[in-house]
Design a protein around this ligand. Structure first.
Ligand code: ZN
Length: 457
């Protein structure tokens, strides 16, 4: 059976478009370059976990900080050096490498049929004082998948492309998911003049990356060009680690809404104003903060709500606060739920206004729609994990991702692997090498399952 599966295209190999179970079994039995037996069964790994670990360790040297993580912001000297290293890995894996005018790196492996591209990858830029796993695991995991396919002489119907998106974190220029945003047509020439702290513009940096900023919009990927986009990523939250679940199936990337609220009371003498005659904006705002928490906690689900700061005026020990500004942020996979919670919050604010004799005004700041993962890609991730004997958990991504942008132009899915203690954007970020390898092997199988299943007439 293993022999019958090996070294031919997926279509010929399994010849089982109608028999899902057989297809999965076939994939499980491809024996090329197995390096580890994993999971609860005896399924063989196609990715080489040691090679992947070695490459990730090498990548972690670019921008290493004293705490052992990295500071490798998009559009920086360290990012440029790391990109050279990663492009070398891509070329060694036989990929045909190109850079688009936004600085995104693509590496192509031809398919046997004339079909849209199956795209997978992540980003290699970090936040200030970031860790070694966010983005890196999915980027080098994707290259490892190509190496594994090459080792097994596996051909695919779809052309495969590995992508390294530019400046996902957005610490530089304050514009996250920049490369994928341009690719998805959400960002355009209006960003080129943005200046960094040294006075350099995005256009200047694109030139340093060898690109012509005048052609920025050529980086747009037309709808229909991609069969799908799959991103392997660390969870950056505690759910998988706590549940001891190796693979997360991302249901989508949560949307968020933010408002700026201002409570107006009356600043007056803290000694001479009787308690029943006060218009204390801070006392009112404090009730409002707790109201946000209570409303968000009252719903079932994984929604979150946060008040991140308060600006109190005049801010003196002997003056009743007359003016307080605070933001409200809510995130969930369901935009309607955010809307519902916000209505309740506003009711509570009105109640506080009456009780405290103040006036509260909120104005919208940000509104980012949730991005749902594609059902077929989620199924492929579940099936791939199952073929390895891995338990899975369905969960949303509460962090912003490139996948969120690409969801606007193509079916999208994400594979999560555990983050120890849910820590991320920190040098303490950690995912075990075993979990990294598990994720890469699932990605390998997902790509083959999608190649088998998608674009069938
Ligand atoms: Zn990331």
């Amino acid at each position: 059976m293993a022999e019958g599966c090996q070294g031919r295209t997926m279509r010929n190999k399994c010849g089982a478009r109608s028999l899902l179970a057989l297809a999965i079994l076939c994939i499980g039995l491809i024996s090329a370059q197995s390096s580890l037996a994993q999971g609860t069964g005896s399924a063989k790994f196609h990715v080489d976990s040691q090679r992947l670990q070695g490459n990730l360790e090498k990548l972690s040297e670019f921008g290493r900080n004293p705490e052992g993580g990295v500071t490798r912001m998009g559009y920086s000297e360290t990012d440029m050096a790391a990109r050279e290293y990663v492009m070398g890995l891509m070329k060694n894996a036989g990929l045909e490498v190109r850079i688009d005018p936004a600085g995104n790196i693509f590496g192509r492996r031809a398919g046997t049929d004339k079909l849209p591209i199956l795209l997978f990858g992540s980003h290699i830029d970090s936040v200030m004082h970031g860790g070694n796993y966010d983005g890196d695991v999915g980027s080098l995991g994707a290259i490892e998948v190509i190496r594994a396919l090459n080792n097994g002489s596996v051909k695919t119907r779809h052309p495969l492309e590995v992508v390294i998106w530019t400046n996902e974190e957005g610490n530089h220029f304050g514009l996250g998911t920049l490369g994928s945003g341009v690719a998805a047509g959400l960002l355009g020439p209006e960003i080129l003049g943005r200046k960094d702290e040294q006075g350099l513009t995005i256009a200047d940096w694109l030139r340093r990356y060898g690109q012509d900023p005048a052609h920025l919009t050529d980086a747009r990927i037309p709808k229909g060009a991609l069969a799908g986009f799959v991103e392997l990523h660390i969870e950056q939250g505690p759910n998988l680690d706590e549940g001891k679940i190796p693979i997360g199936v991302v249901q989508g990337i949560v949307g968020l809404k933010r408002w700026k609220c201002v409570v107006t009371g009356f600043a007056n003498h803290a000694g001479t104003t009787p308690m029943n005659r006060r218009k204390d904006a801070l006392a009112a705002a404090s009730k409002d903060v707790l109201a946000v928490r209570e409303v968000v906690r009252a719903e079932t689900g994984r929604q979150v709500g946060t008040v991140g700061y308060m600006k109190v005026e005049p801010g003196a020990i002997n003056v009743i606060p007359g003016h307080v500004e605070f933001p409200v942020e809510m995130r969930d996979l369901d935009a309607a739920k955010i809307g519902r919670m916000w209505e309740q919050v506003q009711e509570r604010f009105k109640q506080t206004d009456k009780e405290e004799n103040v006036a509260t005004e909120c104005t919208p700041l940000d509104d980012v729609d949730p991005a749902r993962s594609d059902a077929a890609i989620q199924n492929a991730i579940r099936d791939a994990a199952k073929s390895l004997g891995f338990a899975t958990m369905d969960l949303p991504s509460a962090a912003v991702q490139d996948s969120q942008q690409i969801a606007k132009i193509a079916p999208m899915g994400m594979i999560f692997v555990p983050s120890r203690d849910g820590i991320s954007h920190s040098p303490k970020e950690f995912t075990s090498w075993q979990d990294v390898a598990n994720g890469a092997e699932v990605l390998y199988r997902v790509i083959l399952l999608l190649d088998e299943r998608l674009n069938r007439n």
